[in-house]
Design a protein around this ligand. Structure first.
Ligand code: ZN
Length: 332
């Protein structure tokens, strides 16, 4: 799409880009995903039963860069500690507190960055930092010490409640998207081909799986995630979770003030070109039926003006999956 550097091309042949443009392309791609995740996670707090202190910071670590680009990254992003601010979520607590991109973190509240566990050359410290920050109290100010252009700074940020979730871009991830219960991962292929509104639709679908605890509930049913996912009793449970995630995604988008019909636009483009390939065609409903289901639900929501909308699916998430996908899917 226009306006963004074609990420896939840069990642495929980094030699064709100078290091600075590659690093900035990765940053802007990370910030697109993080920004959409932030908007969804803060607008849908009422629908989540796992809440964290939302600080509005996108972090990165020097250790995530390979040996060939590490020194360029250190200089370009001014890394002075292992974990630094890649970017700020618009109008989030960190931005309001006066933190800047490329501030290197020393301490956030009780989280001492230097003391975090993790092997050099891995993203362990970054993940440990994210988890420790997410575990800070959501209702108390957080003192932050950082290094900006070589000098120490201190600010106080006031967190806001956010659904507990991480949102990650997977470079080289193609058109893969996944949700593991606590994290949403989106392949970089989507960023080149889809608008922010359509990207939000993909992220909202994956986020819905986490909000509805689908991973735990599928495991409670003993389903097979491997080659047998499309066979036997597995099919009905996977299909039920897929249709539920489609339905909830519309509410998440509506609550975050995204256009809900972006889901339909996404599937009308993605379905014919990709649905047969990357999605398990037997464990997932046909894309035309998914479009019909999304359109029917969107028509219901468009009549409602109160926010946030909390669908009945939320109240039912504590119940075991019953495998009934037929009654919630609308045929095209
Ligand atoms: Zn899904």
């Amino acid at each position: 799409m226009s306006g963004f550097i074609a990420l896939a091309a840069l990642v495929a042949s980094p030699a064709q880009a100078d290091d600075t443009s590659l690093l900035e392309a990765v940053r802007s791609a990370d910030m697109r995903v993080a920004g959409i995740g932030w908007r969804l996670a803060t607008a849908n707090v009422r629908l989540c039963d796992r809440i964290e202190a939302g600080v509005g910071l996108q972090l990165h670590t020097l250790d995530q860069f390979d040996a060939g680009t590490r020194e360029s990254a250190r200089a370009h992003f001014r890394f002075a500690t292992p974990v630094a601010v890649e970017g700020l979520l618009p109008d989030g607590p960190a931005e309001r507190a006066g933190l800047h991109a490329d501030d290197s973190l020393v301490r956030l509240g009780t989280v001492d960055i230097a003391a975090l566990p993790g092997k050099p050359g891995s993203t362990d410290k970054l993940v440990a930092a994210q988890l420790a920050i997410a575990a800070l109290p959501a209702d108390a100010p957080i003192e932050v010490e950082a290094i900006r252009a070589g000098s120490p700074i201190r600010v106080t940020l006031v967190p806001v409640p956010a659904c507990k979730s991480r949102f990650e871009l997977e470079l080289d991830g193609g058109f893969g998207a996944s949700a593991d219960g606590t994290m949403v991962q989106i392949g970089s292929g989507f960023l080149d081909d889809y608008s922010d509104d359509q990207l939000a639709a993909v992220i909202a679908h994956e986020f819905s799986h986490n909000i509805l605890h689908h991973r735990d509930r599928l495991e409670a049913r003993g389903v097979d995630y491997g080659l047998l996912a499309g066979f036997g009793a597995n099919v009905q449970y996977f299909r039920q979770t897929e249709v539920q995630a489609d339905l909830l995604s519309i509410y998440l988008l509506a609550n975050a003030d995204y256009p809900i019909r972006a889901t339909v636009a996404f599937w009308k483009h993605f379905g014919p070109s990709k649905a047969g390939g990357i999605l398990r065609s037997r464990s997932h409903p046909a894309w035309r039926d998914r479009v019909a289901t999304l359109e029917a639900e969107a028509a219901k929501i468009e009549k409602l003006s109160n926010r946030p909308l909390v669908p009945a699916l939320i109240a039912d998430r504590g119940k075991p999956l019953d495998g009934d996908w037929q009654s919630i899917l609308v045929r095209h």
